[in-house]
Design a protein around this ligand. Sequence first.
Ligand code: DMJ
Length: 640
Amino acid sequence: MNPPSRTDFVSLTLTGQGSGIYNNSKQWRRQSCWRKWKLLSRLQRNLILFTVALMLVCGIATNPSVTEHFRGLAVVAKEEGDHALKPVIHEVQPELDKLNRPLVPESPSEKQKRAAHKRGPPGLQNRLQKKGNVSDTQVEKEEGEKPLVNWRVAMIDQATERRTAKEAANKVDVPEVEQEGHSHKEPVDRLEAVRDAFRHAWKGYKEFAWGKDELRPMSKSYGEWFGLGLTLIDALDTMWILNLKKEFEEAKTWVSTELSFDKDVDVNLFESTIRILGGLLSTYHLTGDTLFLDKAKDIGTRLMPAFNTPSKIPYSDVNIGKGTAHPPRWTSDSTVAEVTSIQLEFRELSRLTQDTRYQAAVDEVMQKVHKLEGKQDGLVPMFINTNSGQFTHLGMFTLGARADSYYEYLLKQWIQGGKKETALLEDYLQALEGVKKNLLKKSSPNRLTFVGELSHGRFSPKMDHLVCFLPGTLALGAHHGLPAEHMELAKQLMETCFQMYAQMETGLSPEIVHFNMHEGSIGDVDVKLADRHNLLRPETVESLFYLYRFTKDRKYRDWGWEILQNFNKYTKVSTGGYTSINNVRDPEYPSPRDKMESFFLGETLKYFYLLFSDDPELLSLDKYVFNTEAHPLPIWPTAQ
Ligand code: DMJ
């Protein structure tokens, strides 16, 4: 074994000490000390110097007056250091933001600060900065000072300006609400903001599209689909609920004097049932005015020829003037969601008129679908043939377009009928098991729960915005006594649906997203170029309403508020109305599509209002069930 070298160990024993030689002269002592110092190894000397330096620093640091001085210096040093680090921080900041991005909103001020980052993920931020365009901080400033003018066609948010000024003047003083130990103060009157949004939409409709199906707000014109005043009828009960009396009365006058279903037009059975029949029935219930019931009976009766098919599975289209019906030109198939999401309305029409034909027709459809083969764990394909009555295009399963409201109406019919029709409940519960088994997955990196699609056994992480009805439906089921785990799943999916908005640069969801599932993905959500549009759809707001009603968790309201503000920012047209947009990923130019769908007034704004309303009796979910177009229909009295 080799003897340890001098540098292998540390000895603090000074050579010579204890040798018995004692010299007290100063010079000897100096020489002796120096000699001893020289005898030390470099490591020993460094160690001693370090120890002395450390003791000095500690001594100084504990002196209060010196501490104050150094604190000042430290701030300066930090600022300089931050500067030096800035380029690095700037590069990694978006990634850091993503990792830290809370899934629940913070306080309004924190949220505002974060919103600036949220609108600009790495790609966009770089692009904006390179182009010298709107930076994150500019966005934040402009949000606070003046509405952003995004488009060449100026969509200046006048109503927001008006409201902000009014709010500032009034300083709306809402009493503090205690919740879970926190005190929360409503910063603005959100209900009034929804009413303002409705008035603004209505202004455009009234000026440029009165009595027509849809407003084209950019071109200040209108579009016709069925030629039946679709937007006006869809919006009737919303006006009633929002207490917009003047607007409601004007619309009612149009219904009584202008609306006629005696027209040679082809209408889609499903769309006219959920929007027109549903809208008229609910308005009748809210107002008690038989004008609306008479009109409902008229359109309901005119739609009945759709059921004259070999299989009793209805055709998609009906000519309400001629009394004829037919499938689309290219197929004899109907869409599964369409034929199974007209039941609430026709059943209610039978109950009100005591004419059983309506209910008999739609119940037969449900009974047939109940027995059909071709389901997978309760999941249904998207098409059904009107001749054979069989599913077609087997092996493809989604909770999005063409199947969505089948699941919604299983539960809602069961609730409407007083929870007695067990076949409906069984199908609903089985379908949910099918969803869990086949379609439910987690995204990366944030492990958001999402509902994908299945095509011949192959899973696709694609999710339509339409699927965002599901959190609300699950929550409704749990409220009506179904397993509590449905509520847990509802909460998870609600989070996901909100993230579909929050992770976009405009804060508005695209029509379709693809979730990332690979470890190490940067964001949870990918959006294909063709899927970047937003049609002002209601599903997420609808679910937020249910989740808030049942949990009273204020975050759902805050999420809704954020969404409403983004609708105002990116879809509001200065001359009146809101428009669907082509690109939710481009806040500079979201590219208006020049169309305001009737469901924006029928559903989206109504659900916003209900979300922000504190009155649990306003359309109590123990008394009403909403059809898939947000028209409330009564839950039948148990005696029936
Ligand atoms: C509405 O007509 C209904 O909500 C329907 O169930 C789905 N599509 C639109 C809204 O997105």
